[in-house]
Unconditional design. Structure first.
Length: 617
């Protein structure tokens, strides 16, 4: 987007002249997103009355409010709210010139009592001008937001813990002294009391991290018994992941205290939690696939610390027993469904879901169509346009080189029983699916725009998908998370170049667990893993994943008449037109679909095992 053209002629005098109208829009409890929408509504309502330059000034102010606050980069925390596949993006500080900062300054002088508004404008003036007075005002505004109770129903407002973290960052930048530190500390201490309930266990994690960042040595020592009690409570409730997150806070705290003995105790506790989870889950009759995942983590934890060698050997023996049951447990996971209604209501429905629900609904657009229906539809199209089939078609790359060729076909001479067997018809189907993938990828991009508008996400919000998911190997978990996160941020090229190679490995490992031999031996007797091209067309692959999903993955990943994404990425042949396209968005969503689908399958198996065990007792 050309921001110099969009904000052409913008001037602070325009904003000052509209002070009363703007102040009326910014109510005390309005979120930044709501204020932005109201400004654009005012522009639309007064379209005939406002000069283009005035509209541009108002648009600038609105877009400033829509920038994303990224606390992982405290010195340059404001980022574009969204980046599109074609490289276009929403406003960032890099686009702001001096005349734009004067508009922000003018708006900040308005008599407006909205802490989010003041925090945003003053923080930006600190970041871009290093105005210390503005930074101090930003701290005050962020702390006012931090004092408010968390409203789980309103995702648009700045969360109190986010505001508190930004206030702490500014406190350290400015070295604001003990009085400000105590003020911040008391707010966080109060939050730990009010948020201390079972249903808010994970919310406390953020506040605890902030606590140890701002607390002095005595205060840090004081919080240790409280965190230990939280761990004990989580263990009682069998919430092992929450218990480990609390324990990680203690490990971090011991590092801050420079107490190696204390840190060693907490590291030992982390190993205990992994072992206890694995053994408890086995005791309730969980599926072997889930147990393998848990035991692998426990074994790795034992290997990372001294004195747990005997337990590691015992766990390995247990794991070998568990693995004997794996081939009999895997089930068919492909579920066909009509997504017509989903697509019609896509953007409206996704706006009312929680993040994980929205993500699952978003990627459901990659649910495979019936393979047979794809072929019959292609046959109908060829029947209506016989000339298209008569001359065949070729697929060219960006240099004009022929990548694949589909021969001529006479739709009338293909019998019903031969529809799925005709190679030329399959080629036509693959060509049509290329278009279909791009269309469905467009829905993914639109859905992510809605999600970006609604949620304030961090990469750690994806941990729930990574953890206890046998489809994702432990030693590739962070790479999977990085790939999925890049897609959420609209960075499609990065997303597919991370995820597609790891998808191949995940599919291979899944097939191996079904009993399929994934190793091949060459003429010299050397063993090597089979490539995706070797096993994706196998009958066993279609039996497990379902014929419909198997066919869709073939066209997406390895079919020369399709996208052929796996082979193109592996050999550096992916053109920009694909890497930054809606097709890449579809491929990203397909991977996330499989991640969610596989995790859900194993949780269903766990629940079935638990129910079966309880009924027997």
């Amino acid at each position: 987007m050309d921001f110099s053209e969009r904000f052409k002629g913008s001037n602070s005098s325009h904003i000052i002249a509209l002070e009363n109208e703007i102040s009326a829009l910014v109510t005390q409890d309005a979120s930044l997103s709501q204020i932005r929408d109201k400004i654009y509504e005012m522009i639309a309502a007064k379209a005939d009355q406002l000069a283009p330059e005035v509209k541009n000034s108002l648009s600038l102010l609105a877009e400033v409010l829509w920038m994303m606050l990224d606390l992982d980069d405290p010195r340059s925390p404001y980022k574009p709210f969204f980046q599109l596949p074609n490289g276009a993006q929403t406003l960032s500080p890099d686009h702001l010139e001096e005349e734009h900062l004067l508009i922000i300054e003018a708006a900040n002088r308005f008599n407006i009592e909205n802490h989010e508004w003041t925090a945003r404008l003053t923080d930006l003036l600190w970041v871009l001008r290093k105005n210390v007075a503005m930074a101090k005002l930003a701290v005050d505004s962020y702390l006012s937001i931090a004092k408010k109770p968390t409203d789980e129903k309103d995702f648009l407002k700045t969360r109190p813990e986010v505001a508190a973290e930004r206030a702490i960052q500014l406190y350290f930048f400015l070295n604001l002294g003990e009085e400000v530190r105590v003020t911040i500390f008391k707010i966080i201490e109060s939050k730990l009391e009010t948020e201390n309930s079972e249903d808010k266990g994970y919310a406390i994690i953020d506040w605890l991290k902030l606590y140890i960042n701002i607390a002095n040595t005595d205060e840090q020592q004081k919080i240790i018994p409280k965190i230990k009690n939280l761990i004990k409570s989580s263990e009682t409730n069998k919430d092992w992941e929450l218990a480990r997150r609390y324990n990680q806070i203690l490990i971090l705290l011991a590092q801050r205290l420079k107490d190696n003995s204390l840190r060693e105790n907490f590291l030992q506790k982390e190993v205990d939690l992994y072992i206890n989870e694995a053994e408890y889950t086995r005791s309730i009759g969980a599926p072997a696939m889930r147990l393998q995942n848990l035991y692998t983590k426990a074994i790795a934890a034992c290997g990372n610390i001294k004195g747990r060698k005997k337990e590691k050997v015992r766990l390995i023996d247990d794991l070998l027993e568990i693995q004997l049951d794996i081939p009999n447990e895997l089930a068919f996971i492909s579920e066909s469904q009509d997504i017509t209604d989903q697509i019609v209501n896509f953007k409206n429905r996704i706006a009312h879901l929680t993040f994980l629900e929205a993500l699952e609904f978003l990627v459901s657009v990659t649910t495979p169509q019936k393979k047979e229906k794809c072929f019959t539809n292609a046959l109908d199209i060829l029947g209506k346009s016989p000339l298209h089939g008569l001359f065949g078609s070729s697929l060219l790359d960006e240099k004009g080189k022929i990548l694949s060729r589909v021969g001529s076909i006479d739709a009338k001479n293909i019998g019903k029983d031969d529809i799925l067997k005709d190679a030329n018809l399959r080629g036509h189907v693959a060509h049509q699916l290329r278009i279909d993938f791009s269309i469905r990828g467009g829905y993914v991009v639109n859905g992510l725009l809605v999600m970006a508008h609604k949620y304030r996400l961090r990469k750690s919000d994806l941990d729930e998908l990574m953890y206890a998911n046998p489809f994702i190997p432990n030693y590739r978990m962070f790479q999977f998370r990085d790939g999925i996160w890049n897609g959420i941020c609209g960075r499609w090229s990065e997303a597919i170049h991370i995820l597609i190679p790891h998808l191949e490995n995940a599919l291979r490992e899944t097939m191996r667990r079904t009993g399929y031999i994934t190793v091949k031996v060459d003429a010299d007797g050397v063993q090597q893993e089979k490539y995706l091209n070797d096993f994706i067309y196998e009958t066993e692959f279609a039996e497990f994943f379902g014929e419909d999903l198997a066919f869709q993955l073939q066209v997406l990943l390895v079919d020369s008449n399709g996208i052929n994404l796996r082979n193109n990425i592996a050999h550096g042949l992916t053109p920009d037109g694909v890497a930054y396209s809606h097709t890449a968005a579809f491929a990203w969503a397909q991977v996330v679909y499989l991640v969610i689908k596989m995790q859900r399958l194993y949780y269903q198996q766990l629940e079935q095992s638990r129910t079966s065990k309880e009924s027997k007792e």
